[in-house]
Write a protein that binds this ligand. Structure first.
Ligand code: DAH
Length: 365
């Protein structure tokens, strides 16, 4: 029997020494395959004397089972190790940057909106939204622009086909209808929690106009405060602070020039000081002025149209074009390039997406 012991020792040793499934398979075939050593012993059984055969047969079968179990166990071990190695090699570090180089850029419109939101957010304004497809009431009538009012002509409105001409749908010509929606929501009690109502509404606006300085779609941001005591002084302070923060020029001159809008009384347009030397625009010094926004005290008719008591409540509103103030701040000379979707332009004028503007860290990276 010592030959069986020796064989067992060799096979068990070879099994332990196999370091891959392929090596182990060779060990298995050499022992248990058709021409394997153990198989060979079984085949020889017929040739040994009958009185020895039984005992010898049992011993070889025991050897066969033992060897086969050892090989199976080693196989499981090797497979588990291989899986562990693969998991370790293929592990993903989710904290690494998405790509070796962050190629995407934020469009200057998005960046400018984020900056505006950061500034007014710090002042306590919440963001409000309204639909791009508006009805005539919200876009015009409630804003003290009744049918036949000349201001309607100035808006170059895109009208949608309508059955009811009295309240036909339009692509909103400004973000001012969001004022109406915010005040209506306040009255219904499902708006921002009560007074003061203090919102800004950035978004898309549309006018049927297209040339060097106009595109059929553009962006505005609207602002609105309503309470019992807010007055023109607050309006001025708020917008002067905005101009200084947005243009990042602490002493930028700001001028309020009397103007007219149907939805505010009194109304003003705001200019900032600048110089234009040799075609180069510099914001903050010089004796030239640039118009950047419209504003005023909310007209009592507008409050009344939203069901707000015009004898108790008052507030101010403002609206500005986002493309325009983006062009001024970032020196973008041509409005139409905003909408060309030219990657070279976006690479040049765009912003790194994760540099979120805040007043503390600075608006621009
Ligand atoms: N809605 C005006 C426009 O599109 C801008 C504007 C002016 C908005 C004065 C206002 C405001 O809220 O008070 O030209």
């Amino acid at each position: 029997m010592s030959d069986l012991e020796a064989l067992r020792g060799r096979i068990v040793e070879a099994t332990a020494a196999a370091t891959s499934p392929d090596m182990l398979e060779i060990v298995r075939v050499e022992a248990l395959g058709k021409k394997g050593t153990v198989t060979g012993l079984l085949k020889e059984l017929g040739r040994i004397p009958a009185e020895e055969r039984r005992e010898r047969g049992q011993a070889i079968n025991a050897l066969k089972e033992e060897v086969s179990a050892a090989i199976d166990a080693r196989k499981a071990e090797l497979e588990a190790a291989a899986l562990d190695a693969r998991l370790a090699a293929e592990s993903v570090d989710v904290t690494l940057p998405a790509r070796p180089q962050p190629d995407g850029r934020l469009h200057p419109i998005s960046q400018t909106m984020d900056e505006i939101v950061a500034i007014f957010g710090e002042m306590g304004f919440a963001i409000a939204e309204g639909p791009d497809i508006e009805d005539d009431f919200h876009n015009f009538t409630a804003l003290n622009i009744p049918p036949e009012h000349p201001a309607r002509q100035m808006h170059d409105t895109f009208y949608l086909r309508a059955k009811d001409v009295g309240n036909r749908m339009v692509l909103r010509t400004h973000t001012s209808p969001v004022q109406i929606r915010a005040m209506q929501a306040l009255i219904k009690g499902d708006g921002p929690d009560g007074l003061p109502l203090r919102i800004i509404a950035p978004g898309r606006t549309y006018r049927c106009d297209s040339d060097m300085t106009h595109t059929p779609m553009f962006h505005q941001v609207e602002g609105l405060i309503v309470d019992r005591t807010t007055h023109m002084g607050h309006l001025k302070g708020c917008l002067i602070d905005f101009c200084r923060a947005y243009f990042e020029v602490p002493d930028v001159p700001v001028r309020f020039r009397p103007s007219h809008f149907p939805f505010t009384e009194p109304s003003a347009e705001v200019d900032i000081g600048c110089s234009r030397e040799g075609g180069e625009l510099r914001i903050g010094d010089g004796d030239d002025w640039l118009e950047i926004l419209g504003c005023g005290m909310v007209h009592p008719n507008v409050l009344a149209a939203c069901g707000i008591d015009r004898d108790i409540y008052q507030g101010f509103a403002f609206g500005m074009g986002i493309e325009r103030i983006a062009m001024l701040k970032y020196g973008i000379p041509d409005l139409r390039t905003f909408f060309d979707a030219d990657l070279r332009w976006l690479k040049h004028y765009g912003f790194v997406p994760l540099e979120v503007p805040t007043l503390i860290r600075g608006l621009t990276p």
